[in-house]
Design a protein around this ligand. Structure first.
Ligand SMILES: [Ca+2]
Length: 342
């Protein structure tokens, strides 16, 4: 029956090589291999067993086989999904899972194993003919991670490892090594941090301890960077408030790198009270009721329209950022909170 589906010359060519008539042999890509998409590799496996191993592993899409060493590699991509990784390589054979009959997997052809599992035959079991065991840790997707620096032998299978690095715009700490542990979870020795922090405060809800006239807390995050109190409506706490504070809700937890305060400038009456910006404390908190983690401090006094940069050397994590002082009047023409997503 098979002979009618495939041209005779393919069989006359393949039979002497493999001595078997499995239909997938007609689709072999000799002298090719798919690079750096490995789930797992095996030594001392026949080509047919290599294909079967792929058939029983839901994540597997293709195999590379090196006949000289009976070396089998299972890949989680194929030449269509990872075109640029498909390359010439003498001595290797490339083959795709879909070209092989499902039935080759035996009892495993109807398994319900998950994507990160592989199906193993159970010979002497009464209730089931197969079981699902963990096969891999999945494709790492940690923020900022770049998998284009992996090595030829890297794989995502259990007990395998990957050499990764951080993508452009991220700075790396750690060796870059990822180890797939027996529980199916990656052990990461890499942290990728965005090199340029994001401005997080613009347009976010803000409040302050008291308000002078109409100078509400929102004017410190309205994007208007003018510093004339009357013209530009900076945020300004009220008379008699000797413990003034201003606070913004970033609406998510971030790692805070620095806070910038744009101080008040001269108004049309020539008033200069820029010196009021002094002994300013910046704190960070996860909840609105506890914003006490130290971030940074500015001794001052400030000068007219000064952009005061307060660094937070410990990069504390928080959702709320509070600016406070212990003498009358806190005036903020604009506040930038710079930090990183977690
Ligand atoms: Ca403003």
């Amino acid at each position: 029956m098979l002979i009618f589906r495939y041209p005779w010359f393919i069989y006359s060519f393949l039979v002497p090589c493999y001595g078997s008539l499995k239909p997938g042999f007609s689709q072999l890509q000799r002298g090719h291999r798919l690079d750096r998409k490995l789930i797992q590799s095996f030594t001392e496996l026949s080509f047919l067993d290599c294909v079967i191993e792929c058939l029983v592993t839901p994540r597997c899409k293709s195999v590379n086989y090196f006949k000289g060493a009976n070396f089998c590699e299972l890949s989680y991509e194929n030449k269509t999904t990872a075109e640029t990784m498909y390359m010439d390589n003498a001595g290797w054979v490339y083959s795709e899972k879909e070209h092989w009959p499902k039935g080759l997997a035996g009892a495993c052809s109807n398994s319900n194993c998950k994507l990160n599992e592989t199906c193993k035959h159970k010979r002497y079991s009464e209730d089931k003919f197969f079981e699902c065991v963990l096969s891999d840790c999945g494709i790492p997707d940690q923020k900022g991670i770049d998998l284009n620096t992996t090595r030829r032998e890297d794989a995502i299978g259990i007990h395998r490892r990957i050499h990764a690095s951080c993508a452009g715009g991220y700075s790396q700490s750690g060796s870059g090594r990822l180890i797939c542990q027996s529980n199916g979870e990656w052990k990461y020795d890499i942290v990728c941090e965005v090199t340029v922090p994001l401005e997080l405060a613009f347009g976010k809800p803000a409040e302050q301890s008291s308000t002078y006239l109409t100078h509400g807390a929102e004017f410190a995050v309205d994007g208007n960077r003018g510093t004339d109190l009357i013209l530009d409506n900076c945020a300004h706490t009220g008379d008699g408030d000797t413990n003034p504070w201003w606070m913004v809700d970033l609406q998510a937890v971030y790692s805070i790198k620095s806070v910038r305060i744009l101080n008040r400038g001269m108004d049309e009456y020539g008033t200069d009270v820029s010196f009021r910006l002094r002994d300013v404390t910046v704190t960070v908190g996860l909840t609105e009721s506890d914003v006490n983690t130290p971030c940074g401090f500015f001794a001052g006094p400030g000068t007219l329209s000064q952009l005061v940069v307060i660094d937070c050397p410990t990069s504390p994590q928080g959702r709320f950022v509070k600016i406070s002082k212990t003498t009358e009047y806190l005036t903020l023409c604009e506040v930038d909170v710079l930090g990183f997503s977690l």
